[in-house]
Design a protein around this ligand. Structure first.
Ligand code: ADP
Length: 265
């Protein structure tokens, strides 16, 4: 169950081979960071989870069923995907209608739609803006709206493409609280991000892609130890790890989360 990818390769019509023989399993309730250079294939990979793309070779199973055997509308009830750019997603005339659009399409009862929308908008500090036109909002407000709309769908699997981009530290804290909520509700969460501090605090497992191939799958603490490998993937270790090197502290026995807690203490 969860997400199972077997030997996935994908060629765009242009002939670009964006994914090469990827195999990967994400268990229900697991939170995984998907990392790599721009152009390494991350977005192409996650578009396979909700049937926006179908494998050229191999298979992607969601809860044991190949995505090719489900309609996109059925998959939308299981996998919700946040696009990197909120403007690729927003289509309604009020903040409330935008957030209610997904849950309504999934056929949720009115009461459930109302509850989900209220909870999501409150979590991202948007409730007071519920009557406003999304296109009149600032970029970070639209970004929070896009995230709130994805979470309002209450799907088992949530994929967030660069969720912290454009958010200030206070807004990132709202996102962190939402991540904790997703984890305590047993959701599978895949986060594409270049924000290593966010990854260090919220994820335990990382998968790295390079030129469409999987080049790492393991613990984030292990990954952050591999400085030259990280650089090769276009990434810098999180600030806490850079600090730890500075103070000659070793992370081998600590997870990044434990390390942050020690620093805070
Ligand atoms: P990432 O999300 O890691 O930045 P992408 O999945 O967007 O990477 O892109 C992987 C590769 O596929 C890149 O070489 C990119 O140029 C190519 N690509 C992405 N989208 C398309 C498309 N619609 N048509 C053709 N090539 C594409």
């Amino acid at each position: 169950m969860g997400i199972e990818i077997q030997g996935l390769s994908y060629w765009y019509d242009t002939g670009v081979c964006a994914l090469k023989d990827i195999s990967l399993t994400i268990q229900p309730g697991e939170c995984v960071a998907l990392l790599g250079h721009n152009g390494s294939g991350k977005t192409t990979l996650v578009k396979h989870f909700n049937g926006l793309l179908h494998p050229s070779q191999g298979v992607v199973l969601i809860n044991g069923i190949p995505t090719t055997e489900r309609r996109v509308a059925q998959l939308a009830g299981v996998v919700a995907l946040l696009f990197q750019n909120p403007d690729d997603q927003i289509c309604k005339r009020t903040v409330w209608d935008e957030t209610a659009y997904g849950p309504k399409n999934l056929g949720y009862a009115n009461e459930r739609v109302r509850e989900q929308v209220n909870a999501s908008l409150s979590a991202f500090d948007l409730l007071t803006m519920k009557e406003r036109n999304p296109h009149d909002l600032s970029y970070s407000e639209r970004k929070r709206l896009a995230i709130a709309s994805v979470l309002a769908m209450d799907t088992e699997i949530v994929v967030l493409d660069e969720p912290t981009a454009g958010l200030d530290p206070r807004e990132i804290n709202l996102l962190k609280a939402a991540m904790r909520q997703l984890q305590s509700n047993g959701k599978s969460v895949v986060v594409i991000s270049h924000d290593m501090d966010f990854i260090a605090e919220n994820m335990l497992r990382a998968v790295c892609l390079e030129n469409g191939r999987k080049c790492f799958d393991g613990g984030v603490a292990d990954l952050f130890e591999k400085h030259s490998f990280l650089e090769q993937c276009g990434l810098l270790p999180p600030q806490v790890v850079q600090l730890s090197s500075h103070f000659n502290l070793r992370l081998q026995t600590l997870t990044p989360k434990d390390f942050i807690e020690r620093l805070v203490d």
